[in-house]
Design a binder for this molecule. Structure first.
Ligand code: FAD
Length: 344
């Protein structure tokens, strides 16, 4: 392989990324490498390693906070293939490339009457990013269906397969956010879905929106409709979805807060912690619909911060800090950011 950046295909120099992040933050990549195959991912990593460039992995940019300048090599795994294999009994194994759109994958599975990821419809981004924060919605998360993840490790530019247990998937968390953070490029995922109906309707108002024995398409369409009502479309109103994680607190803290605010939504977890609703906490501080310059708290969903245009990452982080401070002052709970901030 050539390590001369100008001699290698798939490379764009000084690429505008403002259309490659759903918050529409102004940003430029020093170099953007499009890898359409696994060997091309390896080539990109070897090129960066040979030149000592830092590497940023980019998916659909819906969970990333980009600085004005991203130095080194920004790499996107644009592998898009999709294969279905019949498994035992009612199971079907799905193998999907990291560059496939997540919602396109959900639609393809629903089109084949496969159950398992219909509640995850309309989550923006690419399949390769789904394991990073173990995407979840409406009572289902990727961990419920994933079998394995294939990746290339940037340290030795070699491919390997991790089974589900090795991915360490938790609430908005995985080994890719911890031990392997910034070290790997995910190239492919394996999921197991089912032809047997198994609707998951226990979350929010989903059950009210479908018939008693819904088909997989009914659930899919109900999820899409609810999401369209509640969440701003990033194309019209730039945002990164939930800007904060729902905080986990001890039972003692939850009890204290419940004495103060008996109507506070709270969800006891199996490990004894209690999950609170970050959006509710922000709303209680009177911040829903609050705007300060280029950024605001969305007027229907307080968990979502929106960009009205003309802002920068620095401005967004300062705005988010004000929200965090307000919630901390009122409830004594620290909100944690969900999207990852790319280092300049
Ligand atoms: C309107 C809206 C609604 C949303 N709703 C939900 C929701 O309901 N549930 C939910 O869980 N999330 C939600 N999100 C967040 C986001 O869509 C998901 O986290 C999604 O998986 C991010 O995918 P992406 O391709 O855009 O990743 P990016 O934002 O491009 O990247 C996210 C992280 O993954 C890393 N990464 C990306 N691709 C790879 C790869 N191939 N290999 C290694 N690392 C990689 C990046 O380096 C970065 O750290 C929402 C976002 C928006 C804008």
């Amino acid at each position: 392989m050539s390590t001369d950046p100008n001699a290698v295909g798939g490379l764009e120099i000084d690429r505008d990324l403002s259309d490659a992040n759903t918050l529409a933050l102004p940003s430029r990549a020093e170099r953007l490498w499009h890898a359409r195959t696994e060997p091309s991912v390896v080539d990109g990593l070897q090129l960066a390693n040979a030149h000592g460039w830092p590497i940023t992995v980019l998916g659909g940019g819906s969970n990333l906070l980009l600085p004005p300048w991203v130095g080194g090599l920004t790499l996107r795994a644009d592998i898009e293939d999709l294969v279905f294999r019949q498994g035992r009994g009612d199971t079907v194994h799905v193998e999907v490339g990291a560059g496939a759109g997540w919602h396109t994958l959900v639609e393809a599975c629903v089109g084949r009457e496969l159950w398992g990821i219909e509640n995850l419809a309309l989550i923006p981004g690419l399949a390769g990013a789904a394991p990073i924060q173990n995407i979840g919605a409406y009572g289902v998360e990727l961990a419920d269906v994933i079998d394995w993840v294939e990746l290339v490790d940037r340290r030795d530019a070699r491919g390997q397969r991790l089974d589900r247990d090795a991915c360490g998937l938790g609430y908005r968390d995985s080994v890719f956010k911890r031990e392997l953070a910034g070290q790997v490029v995910i190239t492919r995922l394996g999921l197991t879905l089912s032809t047997r109906p198994r609707p998951q309707l226990d979350y929010g108002i989903l059950r009210e929106r479908v018939a008693a024995t819904p088909g997989v398409r009914d659930v899919f369409e109900a999820v899409c409709a609810i999401r369209r009502e509640k969440l701003p479309d990033p194309v019209r109103m730039p945002n990164a979805g939930s800007f904060f994680k729902n905080p986990l607190v001890t039972e003692t803290i939850a009890s204290r807060l419940l004495r103060q605010s008996p109507s506070m939504p709270h969800y006891p977890q199996l490990d004894g912690q209690v999950k609170l609703a970050a959006g509710w906490l922000i709303d209680q501080c009177g911040l829903k619909g609050w705007r300060d310059g280029a950024f605001g708290v969305h007027d229907r969903q307080a968990l979502v911060l929106v960009h009205f245009g003309g802002g920068t990452l620095e401005g967004l982080l300062a705005f988010a800090d004000k929200v965090v401070d307000a919630v901390h002052a009122r409830f004594g709970v620290m909100l944690e950011r969900e999207p990852r901030c790319v280092e300049a």
